[in-house]
Design a protein. Structure first.
Length: 83
């Protein structure tokens, strides 16, 4: 018997549901940012597009300031913790 819509989601804790929604929103925003970068930079071929996406993901994960890290970039945060 197939599950009813939303049935599987109901068995998870409230915290798990909140985290799932938060991640979905964050991923959606990241996708929008990547698409905006490609629109503005207009890659000439697939290789250029891949390079631009890789560059953005590297910036997003390593260089941008993050509230959860005390408004430090991940690199700055690691240096601070290691000191």
């Amino acid at each position: 018997m197939p599950a009813k819509k939303g049935q599987a989601f109901n068995k998870y804790s409230k915290e798990t549901k909140k985290e799932a929604v938060r991640l979905r929103m964050e991923e959606s925003w990241t996708y929008s940012q990547i698409m905006e970068k490609l629109y503005l930079e207009k890659p000439q071929n697939l290789e250029q597009a891949r390079s631009q996406i890789t560059e953005y993901i590297s910036f997003y994960n390593m260089e941008r300031f993050q509230n959860k890290l005390g408004d430090l970039s991940p690199i700055e945060f690691r240096k601070k913790v290691a000191a």
